[in-house]
Design a protein around this ligand. Structure first.
Ligand code: FDA
Length: 370
């Protein structure tokens, strides 16, 4: 008999498993995929660690989280500085003085502010009714047309005029020549890839891969006192209140016989015509030197039940549906729920770590730490 069955070998499940084992608990981890690591999984091809489910850059300002993850990896000094390709024109992201200089030839922050203000004022709408109006209110027409419109429309699969304004609450605009995407104190990529972190977290723990909990739920429930479930919450309750909606992604990985394909790890394609939203060139995450390279084209696609869920659609309808599932989950005593899928929320990795560490404290509060 296990003390805990953990459904999902992603970041949430694996940290919980590690901490439970540390406290003397007997743990079984299952995952329906054929590997550990969840969406952080990296696979090595010819010396390059490929971020299999999209680019993952670790960043946090929380020292406790940073110290925690550093127990399982050493991080390099990678700084995320994505660039945008708009019909062959290259711009720095996030929007900053380099971007404005390229767009308008402006040199000083006050010149850039003046230009944005001029464009905002010209088309300002008191009560924006769609994403287009909202974005123009925030940053004016040039940035919107070249760097937001096409990318957002591809991401959501809809015209900006049909998208609600709340999707874009604010758009970070920086009046410095700083291309560092994140403002956090700590940032980097684990040397050797993320999967190594999971090998350490799950060392000495029973694991069954390619094992879907729902194919044998009764059996798995019978062999553990408690179950931590990190999969989709609607599926746990057999979709009784309907399917929670997501945006999904398709990744096309490709080996190319060149040393350096695009000169940067992340390039966003911000025009509408290019079918993918971005290309990742994995070797740049770890400054890997090799004769060939591996790139991944990322496509945003509509979600249907059974597909891989990536980005939750946190509109009112879905939130209400989720709330109903949440009410059911609250009443459970055998089952614990956590992670991006069970909580129906986009969480960066550092938030997942904060949350699982809190959960562990609650779960084991009456026990002494070993
Ligand atoms: P995760 O999805 O990783 O794990 C859940 C596991 O449960 C999966 O392995 C799944 O197979 C398994 N499972 C589900 N149902 C099951 C069943 N029925 N039976 C058995 N197993 C089951 N964050 C960040 O900080 N920096 C970044 O750069 C990025 N980049 C990024 C890019 C993209 C494209 C996305 C979508 C997300 C990011 N993130 C990110 C967020 C990051 O991916 C996220 O924080 C973690 O993956 C969350 O870990 P979880 O353990 O919650 O879920």
């Amino acid at each position: 008999m296990y003390d805990y069955l953990i459904v999902g070998a992603g970041l949430y499940g694996s940290i919980f498993a590690y901490e439970a084992k540390k406290r003397g608990k007997k743990v079984l981890v299952i995952d329906k995929r054929n590997h550990i690591g969840g969406n952080l999984y990296t696979k090595e091809y010819e010396g390059i660690n490929v971020h299999y489910y999209g680019a993952h850059i670790f960043h946090t300002s929380n020292k406790k989280v940073w110290d925690y993850i550093n127990k399982f990896a050493t991080f390099n000094n990678y700084v995320n500085s994505p660039i945008a390709n708009y019909k062959g024109e290259i711009y720095n992201l996030p929007f900053n003085m380099n971007t404005f200089n390229k767009l308008w030839g402006v040199i000083t922050p006050s010149e850039a502010k003046e230009k944005i203000e001029e464009q905002r004022k010209k088309y300002y709408k008191e009560n924006p009714i769609n994403l287009e109006e909202q974005a123009i209110n925030l940053v004016g027409t040039d940035i919107y047309e070249k760097l937001i419109k096409g990318y957002t429309e591809k991401q959501w699969g809809r015209d900006s005029k049909e998208l609600p304004p709340f999707i874009i609450k604010r758009l970070p605009v920086r009046f410095t020549y700083n291309n560092n995407y994140f403002n956090d104190l700590y940032q980097g990529i684990p040397n050797g890839g993320y999967t190594k972190i999971f090998e350490k977290l799950l060392d000495g723990i029973d694991i069954r891969l390619s094992t879907d909990y729902f194919v044998n739920k009764e059996f798995f429930d019978s062999i553990a006192t408690k179950v931590l479930y990190t999969g989709p919450l609607d599926q746990f309750y057999d979709y009784q209140y309907g399917v929670l909606d997501y945006r999904s992604l398709r990744f096309e990985h490709e080996k190319i016989n060149t040393e350096n394909y695009q000169g940067n790890a992340v390039v966003n394609y911000t025009d509408k015509e290019t079918p993918y939203t971005r290309i990742i060139e994995h070797k740049h995450f770890e400054f890997t030197e090799s004769k060939t390279t591996i790139i991944t084209k990322e496509y945003s696609v509509d979600f249907e039940k059974g597909m891989e869920p990536y980005y939750p659609i946190n509109d009112q309808q879905n939130q209400e549906k989720y709330q109903k599932y949440f009410e059911l989950a609250k009443e459970e005593s055998k089952y614990l729920f956590g992670g991006r899928l069970a909580e129906y929320k986009y969480y960066d990795m550092h938030i997942i770590i904060e949350k699982v560490l809190e959960r562990i404290e609650q779960e084991f509060e009456n026990e002494t730490n070993s």
